[in-house]
Design a protein around this ligand. Sequence first.
Ligand SMILES: [Cu+2]
Length: 313
Amino acid sequence: MDKNTTTTHNTISSTSPHSLTSRGGTSTTVSSTLDCNLIASQFGGKAIPSGDICDVVVVRQSPQITDANGMVLNKFTLMSSVLEFTPATTNIANSTSTTPSGQQVFVMGDFALLESEVNSVLQVIVPSGWTVTGIHNHMIQETPKLSFMHWQVHGDLNTIISTAKQSLSKTTILNGGAATTTTPTTTSSIINGVKPSGSTTSSNTATSTPSQSSITTIHVSIVSNAPTMDGKAFQPNPINIKAGQTVEWTNNDSIAHTVTSGSSPNDPNSGKEFDSGPIAPHQTLRHTFNTAGQFSYHCNIHPAMTGQVDVTK
Ligand SMILES: [Cu+2]
């Protein structure tokens, strides 16, 4: 009998969401360099111009993010939100059909967010046409935990700056005062790629304490080298959540995995509750658990990878 081994994974269609290179092509606009300092000043950020790319680094003002040794991490660029602006060609501009007079740009970046900020920011940028290419956690033991939301968008510079500022206003990145207290609403599957199999997402039924109910999404990482990690392939594992909360699995490994309900591929109920299908690296699956119970799950490709979600009322 053949075992499923780790050698069956070279058919992943990588979407490589971080490549900028296909955008530069046939630029017909001439003097379209960006005023990086001016852009950065919109966010109180640091301008790092490089060629026709303008990086803006926005350092979080609050709260303090510390590592396991108590060192404050806020000032580090890797812990900051970064926006990369580059002039866009008219071809790209046409595809969004915004006002042709404005400066057209292609922007990609990531927001370094507290878990409680993720949904509020998504609710600003997704309806504005931004593409979220991934949300993942860092591998270090920072407190509180940061989620890195990668996104890209093209269109009018001023419109994008305005949307970005609106996003940041939903966070405490720019100041300590205005923490967002809006309760995240339903968790539609706006992340690209996989979608949950037939689940309804009404997460407004939480009757638990405010501190519990304010976090509606629990993040689980599929760690690197997951096929060798067995019960530690999904972290944290097991997890305890309340009915109505959503679990988001992010594939931080370099090969595809699935998140499939049931204890193993041989479980007669395998995949009945949810089944992601192959999740490429950096992609996610979200599933909302509306009923109490113990839900085991596994990876269909690597059945040794197992996890469990305990849902209480
Ligand atoms: Cu797997």
